[in-house]
Write a protein that binds this ligand. Structure first.
Ligand code: CTP
Length: 399
């Protein structure tokens, strides 16, 4: 049994898909999990507590207060669980989770839970696509919550589209992957750099590049899912700050160098995905440089190559991964950087490939390791690319 002894709190909210929670509960029990169900009042209009208490072999909890003198201890439940699964998760519950509202037992358990949370949305297509729901789901991701689905298909409203709750069998697969993955990097400290740097010319101007930080953030998130203790050092970016990792925000290549070199000796694995500026102004003016005839050049000096410094200082047990964004001869330049900077692995992407590189939500990468093994991947979302990179890192680390 794949989930033998695993402690799972199953949260069920008010959605027509609540009937699927019965099957899900049964599958969890069949795989040996201990299940405690928490429902909202509106969920009990779709499926009876008796069905779920029979299937889970535990009382179903709905109210904060049991009777006049006792209450259902949400803190205890939150600490008991190894995974909190909210399936189906209505738009209302998702909004409450995103904003910390706590007007029922389920949301109190959510706020008290120290374990990972998996959220399985179920709602009408338009409700799912509403910017407010999309924003709330984005927010949940920054808390480290796993979002499963929704699927595309027929909806209870009669419409067809995204919003259908994932099928219980598919959710089970996600749960099994979650438990298999969660211990892969347990106890390992990982450093990730992300984003651009800003090199100040004066208080209002700077030199930078088009990096959004998305690739590095996705890698950091994936590493946390594998159980690693992640420090993410990021240059200026517009992404929501992840609250489930140790986040250090920096400005310039100099700041990034200081922050990275402080963390590097403590790190088992370091992944430098930041697009660090190679040059910085010789002098950063204290006051805005006024428009005047003759101001037509800025003296630049080299920045420190952080990755090279790490490559020189690297101890035998440390794994070092670099990135190479190229515009031509990507594999040749990537291999050269791998050797020159003493790396264990390099992630090569090229602006010659459509959908790869800065800014977008997709990337197309090639991995090259020290043995010169070259693995090419298709164009994928940055989340999937992060998964491929982390799989390879775990493979190399354990080799
Ligand atoms: N990098 C770094 N510090 C720098 C510049 C780059 O740590 N000052 C790291 C990046 O984080 C990335 C890798 O080095 O992992 C490759 O960066 P890139 O700019 O492509 O390589 P360079 O060595 O600067 O080579 P070039 O600009 O000539 O392509």
């Amino acid at each position: 049994m794949q989930l033998a002894g695993r402690k799972i709190v199953l949260g069920v909210t008010g959605s027509i898909a609540a009937y699927k929670a019965a099957h899900l509960c049964r599958l969890l029990k069949k795989e040996g999990a201990e299940v405690k169900v928490v429902m909202t009042t509106s969920a009990s209009a779709f499926i009876t507590p008796l069905t779920l208490s029979t299937l889970s072999a535990n009382p179903v909890l709905i109210e904060m207060v049991k009777d006049d003198s006792t209450w259902n201890n949400h803190v205890e439940l939150g600490l008991w669980a190894e995974l909190m699964l909210i399936a189906p998760a209505s738009a209302n519950t998702i909004a409450k989770c995103a904003h910390g509202l706590c007007d029922n037992l389920l949301n109190a358990v959510y706020l008290s839970a120290r374990c990972p949370v998996m959220i399985v949305p179920a709602m009408d297509h338009d409700m799912y696509l509403h910017p407010s729901t999309q924003q709330n789901i984005k927010e949940l991701k920054t808390f480290g919550n796993l979002i499963v689905g929704p699927a595309n298909g027929d909806l209870a409203s009669g419409l067809t589209g995204e919003g259908r709750m994932e099928e219980p069998e598919s959710i089970m697969q996600h749960i099994q992957n979650f438990f298999n993955h969660a211990s892969q990097l347990k106890g390992k400290r990982v450093l990730v750099s992300a984003g651009p740097t800003h090199e100040h010319i004066d208080p209002v101007r700077y030199i930078s590049n088009h990096s959004s930080g998305k690739m590095g953030f996705a890698i950091a998130d994936e590493l946390a899912r594998r159980g690693a203790e992640v420090t993410l050092i990021a240059g200026p970016n517009n992404l929501s700050k992840p609250s489930h990792l140790h986040y250090i925000g920096v400005e310039s290549a100099h700041d990034m160098h200081d922050a990275c070199m402080k963390e590097f000796p403590k790190s088992d694995i370091s992944i430098m995905s930041a697009a660090v500026a190679d040059f910085t102004p010789e002098i950063s003016a204290n006051q805005k440089i006024k428009k005047a005839p003759g101001v037509n050049s800025i003296q630049l000096k080299d920045t420190v190559d952080i990755l090279s410094e790490m490559g020189k200082a690297k101890k035998a047990k440390q794994l070092l991964v670099g990135f190479a964004l190229e515009t031509e001869d990507a594999i040749k330049h990537g291999m050269d950087k791998l050797q020159r900077k003493n790396l264990d692995l390099i992630v090569v992407n090229t602006l010659e490939d459509e959908g790869a590189g800065f800014g977008g939500d997709t990337n197309k990468i090639t991995l090259i390791d020290k043995q010169k093994n070259i693995t090419r991947f298709d164009l994928k979302s940055k989340t999937e690319v992060a998964r491929d990179i982390v799989n390879e890192i775990i493979h190399l680390y354990n080799a």
